[in-house]
Design a protein around this ligand. Structure first.
Ligand code: BGC
Length: 772
């Protein structure tokens, strides 16, 4: 029972309403306090290293993935020989216990293994994809997701997760946009920090904490053209100003691991980048945990053209600072020879093995190798048991993650009466609603929109469903989606027959709800798109539904901003639901029927067309900015399209309305070592209670370098009853004003700063102050 007590210290949302041992997530999580000193750890590890053979040290540097190439039996033999440091892709206590037994009973030094998995947006309970979670702009929601994910992962015997993913991306063509928190540095840093604090809890060694491994270091989200694995080329100023802070925030919060990205940065692959992994990560940031290469990345150094053969790749990776190699046999094959010939020093191997042993120590594995497994006989009989899920929390986070993009003439909320036509290829898809990287989530346990709507209306209204279209009519795309799993069911009827059925359904209904967008596999690793519109099959369906003249509500499922210019004209209402997880269908119903008033805000700008990419709100002004009120030819714009995004960063509607007062500054001036506050009063001017996000943006008006037109520096999510008002104050200090200047010094410069506060990045009220 000891762990139950420690759990209550860290978190505690729901214990009262839920049956057995569910995670507790209401309490704030405090920055990690390690119980033992790093001196004790260093002494322990030094002693252990002195007893290890070279091969055993190399063994610690290997992370083996369970899969067809590596069956469990073969892995168990390697463990016995001391050739493995950690395992990933195994998610049941029974399997994990067998492997740990092998290490603890049969290996020479009995060094425990650690077990890792991609717990990105949930383990058994699947929460909204990270882009959806970011749309909640709710710090408590992140803590809830982090605590429950860690709880469920640790109950499955895991010690580490490959999360959070904090790659800033401003190119929605990139499929992995879905895994991150969007385009903004501050929002992503906050989300990453909170996720680390929540998952690691007070201590990653605790029974229900897991250690995090922030990824993908670095700048993976900036791959050219959004094409996965492609090169990144960027100025040091932009790298450090915009892309690095989220990784740093996760490390400052105590993340024990760093997963290294697959891309090159300014010509050097991250995996062979000693500047990145040593000078920045170790020397400047003082990181003491482990660096792990991404899947197969060491081999890939050959194709990158920075290593001549596998042995050379190993040499380059170790010398650059890759402690652990994910999923290849190269370290064990080539490192012994490289050390013997002196091309890699034993000290370099010792350093890497030390980092691995450090994190095992921090995971508490040397105190109790079974700490996340419990005693023999305690393993759950049914790992997928319904009682292991956290449905109420999943539903609550999911509805917070939804963004109302359009609501003409208050089409929404819908009434729970009459007949509702529910149409679309994603309306009854259990697989898609979960999103990609859905960890150990079980497809059958997710709630589709059809189920959610039926649960909500009971016998008060009629829901009639028609699929209406396949996700895509392009066999190239459906084959791609079904390559490794049967992910998409292709209806063999003709597209016209499906549309006809949908139109007939719509005609006998009062309102149409069409669930359209992307299959989850379209927004995943290696799922780059050159076109980010809704696939043509579904656009044909929408056009036909529009023709019926019935009110048309689009519920979008997708893992990236889409180009929705046409749909914005066609639909009466649009709800962005992302991929909302196990409870997605119920959460969508809550929003559609007004049982929850939408409060989400976009964490990325939605372009009008793919041609506008990259489009992000925090751009520089240029010498010839375009003014839509006074258009001029020789200004920075596209002549064939409107200049701004279709929906801006930070945007999202509610079923109520809010007003924001003028910005009040506590002082017109600020000293370098001082601070001031900027305040606004926000009022709920509508008839319903609701929540919104008050956003603070700053602009350095004149500096030694051109600075962005605005940058998010603070936000607060507030709930206001109808007619209620609240004053929200943001503290501003010199740290928020700093930037990397032309000589890469991190400075603030005196001068005027604009202060913008609003409920999205475009409609803001303005104040200013002078930094002395
Ligand atoms: C991905 C990582 C992931 C790893 C293990 C790689 O392909 O890039 O994000 O953590 O696989 O599943």
């Amino acid at each position: 029972m000891k762990w139950l007590c420690s759990l209550s210290l860290v978190a505690g949302l729901i214990a009262t309403t839920l049956s057995p041992v569910h995670a507790d997530t209401t309490q704030p999580v405090h920055p990690m306090v390690k119980p033992q000193s790093t001196q004790a750890r260093d002494a322990f590890v030094t002693d252990l290293l002195s007893k290890m053979t070279l091969d055993e040290k190399i063994g610690q540097m290997r992370l083996i993935s369970v899969g067809p190439d590596n069956p469990k039996e073969a892995i168990r033999e390697m463990i016995k020989q001391g050739q493995v440091g950690a395992i990933f892709n195994t998610v049941t206590r029974q399997d994990i216990r067998k492997m740990q037994d092998q290490a603890m009973q049969l290996s020479r030094l009995k060094i425990p293994l650690f077990f890792a998995y991609d717990v990105v947006h949930g383990q058994r309970t699947v929460f909204p994809i990270s882009l959806g979670l970011a749309s909640s702009w709710d710090r408590n929601a992140v803590t809830t997701v982090g605590r429950i994910s860690a709880y469920e992962a640790s109950e499955d015997g895991l010690n580490m997760t490959w999360a959070p993913m904090v790659d800033i991306t401003r190119d929605p063509r990139w499929g992995r946009t879905s895994e991150g928190f969007g385009e903004d540095t501050y929002l992503t840093s906050e989300m990453g920090r909170l996720m680390v604090e929540a998952m690691q809890g007070n201590n990653p060694a605790d029974r229900n904490s897991v250690m995090t491994s922030v990824k993908h270091f670095a700048a993976y989200g900036a791959v050219e053209g959004g094409r996965d694995y492609n090169s990144v080329d960027m100025s040091p100023q932009r790298l450090f100003q915009d892309y690095m802070p989220p990784y740093k925030a996760a490390l400052d919060a105590g993340s024990g691991g760093v997963m290294v990205s697959l891309n090159s940065i300014n010509g050097t692959p991250a995996t062979s980048n000693s500047w990145l992994l040593k000078d920045v990560l170790r020397d400047e940031w003082n990181f003491k945990g482990i660096t792990i290469s991404d899947h197969g990345a060491i081999k890939e150094l050959i194709k990158h053209g920075v290593a001549s053969d596998p042995e050379d790749a190993v040499r380059v990776a170790v010398k650059s600072g890759i402690d652990m190699s994910m999923s290849d046999e190269y370290y064990s094959k080539y490192l012994p020879g490289l050390v013997k010939s002196g091309r890699v020093s034993e000290k370099e191997v010792d350093d890497a093995a030390r980092h691995v042993l450090n994190v095992k120590y921090d995971m508490g594995l040397f105190t109790n190798a079974y700490s996340h497994l419990g005693p023999v006989g305690s393993d759950p009989v049914d790992t997928n048991a319904e009682s292991r899920l956290h449905r109420p929390e999943a539903r609550s986070v999911a509805r917070e993650s939804m963004v109302l993009l359009k609501n003409r003439l208050d089409t929404l909320p819908l009434k729970k009466s009459g007949t509702i036509a529910l149409i679309g290829p994603l309306a009854d898809s259990k697989r898609d609603v979960m999103g990609s990287w859905s960890a150990a989530g079980v497809v059958d346990q997710s709630i589709t929109v059809l189920q959610g709507l039926r649960n909500a209306v009971g016998d008060k209204a009629q829901i009639i469903y028609a699929k209406g279209a396949n996700v895509s009519n392009d066999p190239g795309i459906t084959d791609f989606l079904n390559l490794y799993e049967k992910a998409v069911n292709v209806d063999t009827r003709s597209p016209q027959a499906m549309i006809d059925e949908a139109v007939a359904t719509a005609k006998i209904s009062d309102v149409i709800v069409a669930v359209v967008g992307e299959a989850q596999g379209m927004a995943h690793e290696a799922s780059t798109r050159s076109d980010i519109t809704i696939p043509q099959s579904q656009r044909d369906l929408i056009a036909a539904l529009k023709q019926t003249g019935k009110p048309l509500v689009l519920v979008l499922m997708n893992g990236r901003p889409l180009a929705l210019e046409k749909e914005d004209q066609q639909a009466d209402a649009i709800l962005e639901s992302w991929f909302s997880g196990t409870e997605g269908g119920n959460a969508i119903a809550d929003v559609l029927f007004g049982d929850y008033n939408p409060s989400g805000k976009l964490p990325m700008s939605f372009p009008r067309s793919v041609g506008q990419i990259p489009i992000y709100y925090s751009h520089l002004n240029t010498g010839r900015p375009y003014n839509p009120e006074k258009p001029e030819k020789y200004t920075s714009h596209y002549y064939d399209a409107a200049n701004g995004p279709l929906y801006p960063f930070g945007y999202g509607l509610s079923y109520t309305t809010f007003s924001v007062s003028d910005v009040k500054m506590s002082s017109p001036v600020m000293k370098r070592d001082g601070s001031l506050t900027a305040s606004v009063t926000v009022k709920n001017t509508g008839k319903r209670d609701g929540a919104t996000v008050v956003q603070l943006y700053l602009q350095d008006k004149t500096a030694s370098m051109s600075r962005p037109v605005k940058e998010l520096k603070g936000f607060e999510k507030i709930t206001l009853k109808s007619g209620e008002q609240k004053t929200i104050s943001f503290k501003i200090d010199a740290d928020q004003l700093k930037f990397w200047n032309a000589s890469m010094k991190y400075v603030s410069e005196p001068g005027t700063f604009n202060v913008f506060i609003g409920l999205d990045s475009q409609r803001v009220n303005q104040g200013e102050f002078e930094l002395l």
